[in-house]
Every structure is written in C-alpha cells, then in structure tokens.
Design a protein around this ligand. Sequence first.
Ligand SMILES: C[S@@+](CC[C@H](N)C(=O)[O-])C[C@H]1O[C@@H](n2cnc3c(N)ncnc32)[C@H](O)[C@@H]1O
Length: 334
Amino acid sequence: MDSIVETFAEFYFGHLNLAFSAWRNLADDIRQFCADDEDAFSALEEELGKEIGERNSSKNFPVSRIHKRKVAFWLQDLSVRPLKRPFSDWRLIPEDEVEPDYIFKTYGSGIVLLEENRDPIGQGTTGLISWQGALALTAWAEALGTDVLKDRRVLELGSGLGLFGINAVKCCSVKSFVFTDCHDKVLEFLRLNVDLNFAEPKRKSELCEILRNPNAQSAKPKEECRIQRLDWTDFNEEDLPSDIDVVVASDVVYAVALVPGLCAVIAALLGKGATAAFVACTKRNGDTIDTFLAKLKSIGLNVNVEYRRKFSVEETIMTNHEPLRPITLYKITN
Ligand SMILES: C[S@@+](CC[C@H](N)C(=O)[O-])C[C@H]1O[C@@H](n2cnc3c(N)ncnc32)[C@H](O)[C@@H]1O
C-alpha cells in the first residue's frame, strides 16, 4: 500500500496529466491490491486522502482544482462505492472551470516549482517549464558530479525555472550558484522559485500577491544563490563574473541561431578562470548539436562526452511535455 500512496501523491502534486499511461499502471496496481475487496479500497482511499492532506505542499502550494477534479473521477472509476471526502468534494468542481496558466509542480526531490501549465513555448520562451536535460544534469551531479561541484562556485546558463540549480544548492554542497537567463518572465519566475524553495513557507495569499506583483517579494534570498540577467547574444565579457569555477547548462542547444552566442559565452567564462563547462543536450534534432560541437571546436575548445542518459516514463514523470530522448552531457574545457 505504501508505494501506491507514494506514487499517487507524486502524480497528484506533480500535476501529471491524467492521459498518461503511468496513471493506468497505477490503476492496475490499485486493482491488484484491492482484488475486488471494497473494504481494502476504502482503507486505501483513506490513506490517499491522509497523505495529500498531511503534506506541507498541499497547504503552501495548491494543486489546481481541475487536476483535483480529474483525479477524483479517475479514483471513482476504481470503486463501486461513492468516494468519501476530500475526493467526493473534488467531483463537484465544475467541469467548465478554466485551467490555470501556472501550476505548482512538486518534483521527486521535494523541490516545488511554479511552472507554465499549457504551452511548452508559451510567452515566447522555452523557460517557463522544466526540461529533461535538467533532470539528466541532476542525475549526473548526484551520481558522478559530486567532486566537480562540491565547494565550487557554479554559474548556470539558461537556468529556466531553476530545477537543476535549486537541487544543486540543496544537495551538492556548492559554494555558490549563479542562475542566469535572459527572459524577463523567466527571471521573475526563477526568483520566485528560488524563494519558494529556500525562504520560509509562504501562505497562499502571499504567493498570489507575488504573482500579481513580483516586487512584493520580501523574503531574503538564500546566501549561496545569485540570479543574474545574461543574454548570450548580447553580453560584454567585462561584465561576466570572474569568480566562477564551473559552468553548467541543460537543454540550451535547441536553435542554431543561438549557437554562436552560447559558444562565445562559454569560451569567455573559461577564459576568465572557469575550469570546465558541463552542458546537457537532449537529442531532438542532431544538426543543432553537431553545429554546437563544431563551433566549440572551431574556437579551440576541447569537448568530451562526460555522461549519457535516457529516462524511462516513470523517471521523468514530472517533465511530461515531450517524448523521451537520449541526453548527452558534454564537458568543455580550454
Ligand atoms: C529549453 S529551456 C531550458 C531551461 C532549463 N535549463 C531546463 O533544462 O529546464 C532554454 C532556456 O534558455 C534560455 N535562453 C534562450 N536564449 C537565451 C539567450 N540568448 N541568453 C540566455 N538565455 C537564453 C531560455 O530563456 C530558457 O530558459
């Protein structure tokens, strides 16, 4: 029963789309566990209700009402008896309620991010959702990159919502972490997400106020974290920090037009004393990665494959907006 409850909570707080086969697998597990015994189902239903009620996330980072409604109908399909509260209440949420633009997603490591709900390239940026490259970089950091990151001053290019960096600050003992991006909305959400994960838990009303007015943030930023605007296509080398040991990036190689700027900023940071850059690239269109590697070599940088990863559906359950593809982490040095 414990693993069913845990998986259910993960899908619920992670806003996992109900169309995903992972929910069908979970339904099969529940049917097998209950084996037509309605009392067993009632006991499970109670545990599910308790788990989601007890988690801090449910109070501080509300799950969208539409998702709750869909989950209640999914659960009802598994039982011949009417559901009890809170699931029975959720079934009453009106069907025509509009999906929110942004949702809180809880990741396996306990990180909560405010993310765009609908369009992976909404608001003219890819940076308002998290990508599988960030998970690959995290997996590498935890498995192999500990020595590379521990006590180091790290700078990330194209941080997006901060999934990798927040994890690195929480789990990898970095000395400092500079999140960077170029998009106003992404930077605003990045600040909010860093705050959400490191400041005192906020009440829902405070979060709503922050969303309406980003300047309303009052929490002190975490000491190790810095958030900075950095546009690869428009930067002055003198403005780049010269106190960086390691550069990281994930899923930033996706448009040929951005490659020259990205390579130039990596070269400049290595020139200013960083020992290496680690860039996780998801193979969507091989040409863009080939252009990136060729450009790095043409400006005299060395490139080696550091790590390869392909995730299963269960492992990337929280980043479910694109098919799973192989990811390669490149180590780039002078
Ligand atoms: C596909 S997202 C990846 C976000 C994050 N690294 C992840 O893996 O979840 C690409 C990121 O690069 C940023 N980006 C795109 N062009 C950029 C530029 N010229 N300078 C800096 N950041 C840029 C976008 O704003 C976005 O956050």
